[in-house]
Design a protein around this ligand. Structure first.
Ligand SMILES: [Zn+2]
Ligand SMILES: [Zn+2]
Length: 405
C-alpha cells in the first residue's frame, strides 16, 4: 500500500470529474423513491449516466426490466470485476435504507475503474440489481446467469458505522393466508370461522417458540389483512413474515418450525392455510472476501474514511449480496452516513441519506471501491489470495461456489 499507481490516480480523477453529477443523481433518486422491480426512473437515470460516461449499456439486463448492465474493457485480457448498484426504496418511508447512495457509489466506482482501464487490462461491469428489499434482484440475476462472466463482485451499503465487512443473516420471506367463514359477529358468531384468529394464534405460537430459538434467529411479521369490519367475523386474513438465522441450515430448521406454528394455528381455529415461501426471497448469509475487504479498508483509511473494527455481536440484516458471495468472491463494506447507533429503515436514516455529509462520505467509500477494483485487475496476488480463500471455504462448505449453484 502507500504509493498510488497511475491507474489509481486516473480512477480518482474520473470520479472527481463527475462529482456534481453523481451527487445530483443520488439526490434525485432519494427524492423519487420507487419500490422493488418498479425502479423505472432510477434504473433509467443510472443507465443513462453510465452511457454518458462511456459505458456500453444494456437495459433490462437478463430480462429483468429494471436491471441494467454497463460494460467497459481495458487494453488487454484480464479479470472482470462487477460493481453493483441497488436503488429500490421501502414502502411508506422511502429511501430509509439509503440505496440512493448505493446507486451513486456503484456508478462512481465503475466510472473510476473504466478510467483506469485505459492503462490496464481486464473488464468492469456496472450491474444494476433491483429489488434488494425482499424481491431478490440478485437472486433472479444469478439464476439467469447474470454473474457468470465476472470474477469478483463489489458493492457498499450505507450504515451508521464504517466497516470493511460483516456477515448477514440467511433469510426467507413467507406469506400466510388464512381462510374462514364470514358471519354476523353479534347475531350469529357461532356460524363463523375467524381467519384473523389463525393469524393471531400464529403470532402467539411464534412468540412461544422464541424461548427455544438460538439467539441469532429472527422471526418477525406484520398483519396485512385482518378483516374489514368489527361486526363481521373475518373470512380472510393474511400476514407477511421474515424468517432468518446466521446460517442457511439453521434458518431452514426455524422456517420449518415457523410453518408448523401456522399449521397448528389453522388446526386450532378451523381455518384453512395457504403458505407461500417467495422464490427470490431466499437470501443466503454474506461471506465477505477477506483480502479484498481488507484492501478496500486500507484505501478507505488513506482517503480519510476511518474504518472501524467489526464487533463480534455486530447488528445485521439480510442481503441478496449474500447469494452473490456464495458463488464468487465478493465484498459488501459499510460506510457511516449517520451518527453511530442510528437504526436503518428509520426516517432519521432516510433523512441522513440525503445530506451533503452522506454524499461526501459515500464518495470516499466509492473511491476506495474503485481503487480496490483496480487492484483486483492489476495485482495478481490479491486476486489469487481471494480465490484461494474462496476455494478453501467451498471445500469446507462455507460457500457453495459456482458449479453447485
Ligand atoms: Zn434495507
Ligand atoms: Zn439496504
Amino acid at each position: 500500500m502507500g504509493s498510488r499507481s497511475g491507474a489509481h490516480t486516473r480512477a480518482l480523477a474520473a470520479i472527481d470529474h463527475h462529482r456534481d453529477g453523481l451527487f445530483e443523481l443520488s439526490l434525485r433518486i432519494h427524492q423519487t423513491p420507487e419500490l422493488g422491480y418498479e425502479e423505472r426512473q432510477a434504473s433509467t437515470w443510472l443507465a443513462t449516466f453510465l452511457e454518458g460516461a462511456g459505458f456500453q449499456v444494456e437495459r433490462g439486463y437478463r430480462g429483468i426490466e429494471t436491471a441494467y448492465r454497463g460494460d467497459a474493457s481495458g487494453k488487454g485480457s484480464g479479470p472482470a470485476v462487477a460493481i453493483l448498484a441497488e436503488y429500490d426504496a421501502l414502502p411508506d418511508i422511502g429511501h430509509a435504507c439509503g440505496h440512493n447512495l448505493i446507486a451513486m457509489m456503484g456508478v462512481a466506482a465503475a466510472i473510476g475503474v473504466r478510467a483506469a482501464l485505459e492503462q490496464v487490462g481486464g473488464r468492469v461491469a456496472a450491474i444494476g440489481t433491483p429489488a434488494e428489499e425482499g424481491g431478490g434482484g440478485k437472486v433472479a440475476l444469478l439464476r439467469a446467469g447474470g454473474f457468470d462472466d465476472v470474477d469478483v463482485a463489489m458493492m457498499i451499503h450505507p450504515s451508521s458505522r464504517t466497516l470493511a465487512g460483516r456477515t448477514s443473516l440467511a433469510s426467507n420471506r413467507v406469506d400466510l393466508e388464512f381462510r374462514g367463514k364470514a358471519a354476523h359477529a353479534a347475531a350469529q358468531p357461532d356460524r363463523g370461522i375467524s381467519a384473523l384468529d389463525g393469524v393471531i394464534q400464529t403470532f402467539n405460537a411464534v412468540n412461544a417458540m422464541r424461548l427455544t430459538l438460538r439467539p441469532d434467529a429472527r422471526v418477525h411479521g406484520i398483519i396485512t389483512s385482518g378483516g374489514s369490519a368489527a361486526n363481521i367475523i373475518p373470512e380472510y386474513a393474511a400476514a407477511k413474515f421474515s424468517v432468518r438465522a446466521l446460517d442457511r441450515q439453521y434458518q431452514q430448521e426455524v422456517l420449518k418450525r415457523f410453518i408448523a406454528c401456522a399449521e397448528g394455528a389453522a388446526t386450532s381455529t378451523g381455518t384453512t392455510l395457504n403458505v407461500t415461501v417467495h422464490e427470490n426471497s431466499g437470501y443466503e448469509n454474506m461471506v465477505p472476501s477477506t483480502p479484498i475487504s481488507d484492501r478496500w479498508a486500507a484505501h478507505a483509511d488513506e482517503l480519510g474514511l476511518p474504518v472501524m473494527a467489526a464487533a463480534p455481536d455486530e447488528r445485521m440484516g439480510s442481503t441478496d449480496m449474500g447469494n452473490v458471495s456464495q458463488v464468487i468472491p465478493a465484498i459488501h463494506p459499510y460506510v457511516a452516513i449517520a451518527p453511530e447507533g442510528t437504526p436503518g429503515h428509520s426516517t432519521v436514516f432516510r433523512d441522513a441519506a440525503g445530506t451533503p455529509q452522506a454524499l461526501e462520505s459515500a464518495l470516499k467509500a466509492a473511491k476506495a471501491m474503485a481503487l480496490a477494483a483496480v487492484d483486483v485487475l492489476t495485482d495478481r496476488d490479491l486476486l489469487e489470495s481471494a480465490r484461494l480463500e474462496f476455494e478453501k471455504r467451498r471445500t469446507e462448505g462455507v460457500v457453495r461456489g459456482r458449479t453447485m449453484g
